[in-house]
Design a protein. Structure first.
Length: 204
């Protein structure tokens, strides 16, 4: 049986994925992105910098109503800047606007094709849309370039575990998540033990 419950984490949160077995597998907390990567070396005008700071503050406090129009204004005024597109995708994902989140994250990836945050968040969008093979390919690309990306291992493990029914693959990524994340060791220990029991039971 699967359930959905809200949870507060450090910065931005996604909606939960379904709960399965003993322990719910939740999406990793979303990251508020602060780096500025304009298409040209010109520095953002001070009013735009102030607006971006206001956006980031609103995102950190969960004020979507304030952050959304500010971000939309920034991407229209500065379409070559990475962080507004990325945070717009993150915010749209948080509010369940999957198609528009995907569009914003794809634009972020056009600006920086190997950006690990954009890859990670878009893979989550794809999984929520049921596009599991595309999500898998994106996680694999992310981890090929960033093999120590703890949250990538975490959410790829969830994909293998709950959606692709590949428990051995899931177990390998949960173990890597535990190895690379101090904060995630408690939940990963529970997940690993639970998955080992399931694998053993299926092998009988």
């Amino acid at each position: 049986m699967r359930c959905v419950r809200p949870i507060s984490l450090l910065l931005l949160l996604l909606l939960l994925v379904g709960c399965a077995g003993i322990t719910p597998r939740l999406d990793a907390p979303l990251q508020v992105v602060t780096e500025q990567k304009p298409a040209s070396p010109a520095r953002l005008p001070e009013p735009a910098q102030a607006q971006l700071r206001q956006v980031l503050s609103a995102m950190q406090t969960g004020d979507e109503a304030q952050a959304m129009p500010l971000l939309q204004g920034l991407v229209e005024a500065y379409p070559g800047l990475l962080s507004p597109w990325l945070n717009l995708g993150i915010l749209r994902l948080r509010t369940g606007q999957l198609e528009s989140a995907d569009a914003a994250l794809q634009q972020a990836l056009r600006l920086d094709p190997e950006n690990p945050v954009a890859q990670h968040q878009r893979a989550i969008v794809l999984r929520h849309q049921g596009r599991f093979k595309e999500a898998l390919a994106l996680y694999q690309a992310l981890l090929a370039a960033h093999p120590d990306h703890a949250l990538g291992h975490r959410n790829l493990g969830i994909l293998y575990d709950l959606y692709l029914n590949q428990p051995q693959q899931a177990l390998a990524h949960y173990r890597r998540y535990a190895a690379f994340s101090v904060d995630g060791q408690a939940e990963s220990r529970v997940w690993i033990a639970e998955l080992q029991r399931r694998i053993a039971a299926e092998g009988r």
